[in-house]
Structure formats: C-alpha cells, structure tokens
Design a protein around this ligand. Sequence first.
Ligand SMILES: [Zn+2]
Length: 447
Amino acid sequence: MKKITMPMTMIQRLIFLCLLCIATLDAANLHYSLIKKESSQAGSTLLIIGGIHGDEPGGYFAPMLLAKHYKIESGNVWVVPNLNFDSIVQNKRGVYGDMNRKFAKIEPKDKDLEIVNEIKKLILTPKVDLTLNLHDGIGFYRERNLNKDFNPKAWGQATIIDQQQIPSAKFGNLGDIAKKVNQETNIALIEDVHEFNVKNTNTKTQDKAMQQSLTYFSITNNKPAFAIETSKNITDLSQKVYYQLRTIEKFMDLMGIKFSRPFELSQPVIKKLLEDDGTLEIPPTKIFLDLSTLKSSIRFFPMDPTKLEYKSNNPLVAVIKEKNVYKVMNGNQVVSTLIPDFIEFDHSLDSVSIVIDGKVQKVKIGSLVTVKNDFSVEPIRGYRINVIGYSKHGVENESGLKIMQKEIMSNYAIDKQESTYMVQFYKDKKFCGIVTVKFEDAAKSKK
Ligand SMILES: [Zn+2]
C-alpha cells in the first residue's frame, strides 16, 4: 500500500508516485493511492473512499479534487480516490466482478483480494471515526414511486445508510446525520430535481446484496459508514462532483473537521478545475508533461520496454500499455496516446547548453524551455541531438543549428496548440532524455 502523508504546505507540489509493476497473477494491475491529510490540531478522522465502481466518475473525481486542493486545519481526512483503479481506467463497474460485493466473503483467488483486505484494515484503524463510500447511482431516489427515474428503487442523489443507528458508537446516529447533511446540500441545488434524500437499505433484514458491501462491513464492526450517491442520470460530471464535495464538506462540519480550499465551491468553478488533467513525469525519459495541453496522440515517444514508471500530481492519472501503444488516462478519460520508440536508455546526461533567442542557458534534461524566435543546442562531444519534426537534408546531428518554429513540421508538436516540440538527446544508439521547447505566441510566429 502506498501511503502518502502530506505536509499541508506542500499541497500544490504533492506528487503521487505510481508504479506499474509486473503484476502477480492474482492481483490487480494498478494500486490505489492513500493520501493522508493530517492537521496539527487533534480531532476526528474521516476516511473517504472513491472509485469502488469504475464507471461512476462522480465518485472518484470529487475525492481527487479534495486530495489535490483542500487543506485540513483541524482533525484528519484520509482519502483513497481510486480504490478500484483497474476498473476506473476501463470505465467498467468491476473488471474482476463487483468489488462492493466482496466485503463479507471473498475467494482466495480473487484479483480484488489484496485491495479488499487492505481497505478493510484501513476502515478498522482505531483512528478512523467515519467512512464515506462514494458512488454514482441510477435515477433519483424518492421514498414514493413517481416514475421510472424517481422511485424507491433508484440510488442517485441519496445518502445511503444501512440502518438507523449504531448504538454507543461515536457518530452512530446514522439516520440523523444523513438527514442533516442532506438538508445542507439541498440549500444550493443546481436544479430542484437534484434534491438529496436519505435511503435506508435496512441491510440486516432486507438487503442480501448490501450485506456484502463496504459500508455494511464497517457497520457490523461498529464503525459508522455512509454511501454518497450522485445520479448517473446527471450527465455533467462537474455537477456530480459539486454535489459530492458539498456533501463531504457537511460531513466534515458535523465531525468538527475544519478545512479550507483555494476556490469557491460552485459548479462552474468545479468545471474549470476538472479541465486540469495534471502533470505526468516519466523518470527514465526525464520528460515532464502538462497533460491538459497534450495532443491526443504523440509519435516517436521514447519508452523503456523493460519497465514503466511514472509520477503525476493527479492520483487518477495512469499510463496503460495497450497492444503497441501507451494510453495516458485521467480516471476514465483518455488524455493522450503515446506511440513509443522502444529504445535503450543512457543516464549520463544531466543538463545541456541551449542558445535561446541569442542567450546561452543551462537547461536540465526533462525541462521545458520557452523560446520567442529561435534556439540552438550547443554541440556536446559524443552526443547526437534530434529535434523531432525538423529535418535538414544530409544532417544527422542537429546540434549547433539555429532552429525556428516554421522549420519544424507542426504535426510533430506534442501539444494541441502545436507550439511545443521534443528535442531528444542520444549517445550512440542509446536515448539520454528530452528537453521540450515551447514557442511563445505560436500563432504569430507561424505567419
Ligand atoms: Zn456504485
């Protein structure tokens, strides 16, 4: 299990390290992240679990934003934004079956076994006072049957409890808490039909399926747990994430957990925040990418065939090998497809000298430089330089050449704006790293 305890001053710089190891036969490929946001002020601890179902994005983009942007001032919040990560990147409920039906009994060969056992342990940690399990459910839950979307069988827009209370447990008044939380959420609805209601599944006596769920596991161990369900019928992700965060905030209020966030909680703001896909760093290539600007497909991307290792500041980012390409995912969304050049790596080069608009600069391998008019990479003995998309007849090594944007073929750019290009460094046939060059004011200089 990856544990990331985060000093609060480092929120923006938080890097989630993801390692895609060669999976053992019986385990999931991708592992979830656990982000512990702990304050120096004593208080209650809330555990938030997102992504138990991979096709319910409201349930995992909300905790991702919380992990990335919220600061906890008193008490603690532990966030697992991507519990069923293999299913999230495939946008499926559960690639190895329904994970939320494996908490009462699980087969020893089940691929979810390791994750389910770990998360059970986490729920039972004495410090954890309350657990939230986040979902998108069908329809809009209503006590009475109104029509096919609004009825007692629906799950959406509801706070779910397994029973009215857990006697003697701290925060054991499940029914009262759910009602209070919903009252607060319902004050600021985007549409009136989105109102939240409390759905009591009376799991012990009435719901065999829910007896195998994560929340009921917690309840039977005398620990409060709730499910928050936004509606699958709401198609705008930012609306679902808005409701999830609003509801989570009310739980924090009731638990006395103080927090702050650097934005106003409203649907348009959430929409903007969700447009940021985060960063991707692939250590062997030393490349650092801003995923939001990345083109949908990039050719000649150097990859090490023997291992795949990457980092992102977004815990929902994963790089998945699929046939002959790598897909860069943000949750269930494909950000880009990398078409690899499989190549042996050499790590002897740390920095290079580049003349940028007439001025010499020392540039670290892996970094991004901004250029107004032209650049030229100073020759390094024993190394070859290849500017992807630039070709001058008969020239194999492009070091020392003054290069302008109009001399590079724009379809080799790596960003949507077609202003950023890869400069690759080689020692013999081995690959040493990349510097990305971004031309400022791309539209103007193209004329
Ligand atoms: Zn679900």
